[in-house]
Ligand binder design. Structure first.
Ligand SMILES: C[S@@+](CC[C@H](N)C(=O)[O-])C[C@H]1O[C@@H](n2cnc3c(N)ncnc32)[C@H](O)[C@@H]1O
Length: 202
């Protein structure tokens, strides 16, 4: 990713015209990947608390809602993304029921109440944008997530990178739960995969 992807000004400019876009995977296919983990958590909590980081102009929140998950907090540091998210939900359901918060995922404490806890934290390529700021910013994001996870909570992250979490002192155990083959333009091109990670607090 170009270095500007961690800058809010890049996203602000982009969201002035972009109203809907999916990074790395459609929300349908991403939901299929995370479905077993959502079901597992739903056995413990009737209404799991979901924290969706870097929601952008994705319609993932609509898929949570359509599947009956109503305790969803969507976070993005760009107010235009939050506006787009609300618009996408309203366009589909006629009203907004989910939560939308303008906050920096590397400083979660500035946007979330300190007593909030989440059963599942989701980021779909947000960590890729954050990684453009270097390892320290990934660690800031990770320690914030760690703090806001409920007992037994997990973080699921979709990234284009096979080494995204090769980060020293990461407070999580990391497992790859799926590799998604990306479409090739030419048969001779090498196979490239996106990686879906499951992270559990150490
Ligand atoms: C690569 S896009 C992914 C958007 C969406 N998750 C998707 O799958 O289409 C990264 C998103 O993360 C947001 N973002 C990047 N850095 C952030 C930060 N430090 N705090 C909050 N949001 C951030 C951007 O505004 C953008 O919406």
């Amino acid at each position: 990713m170009p270095a500007d992807f961690e800058k809010q000004s890049y996203w602000r400019e982009r969201f002035k015209s972009e109203t809907s876009f999916e990074w790395l995977a459609s929300s349908e296919s991403f939901m299929t990947l995370i479905a077993p983990h959502l079901s597992e958590i739903s056995r413990r909590e009737t209404q799991p608390k979901i924290l969706h980081l870097g929601s952008g102009t994705s319609d993932l929140q609509n898929h949570f809602r359509a599947n009956g998950y109503l305790d969803v907090t969507n976070v993005d540091y760009e107010p235009l993304a939050i506006e787009r998210g609300r618009q996408l939900e309203e366009a589909t359901f006629g009203e907004v029921r989910l939560k939308y918060v303008v906050a920096d995922v590397t400083q979660l404490g500035s946007g979330l109440r300190s007593d909030q806890r989440f059963d599942i934290v989701i980021d779909k390529s947000t960590v890729d944008a954050v990684s453009c700021g270097g390892t320290t910013t990934i660690l800031r994001m990770a320690s914030g997530i760690r703090k806001y996870l409920a007992e037994g909570g997990i973080w699921i992250s979709l990234s284009y990178s096979s080494t995204r979490f090769d980060v020293e002192d990461l407070p999580f155990d990391v497992e790859v739960i799926a590799k998604i083959l990306t479409p090739k333009l030419k048969e001779s091109e090498p196979e490239v995969y996106h990686h879906c990670y499951l992270l559990r607090p150490k």
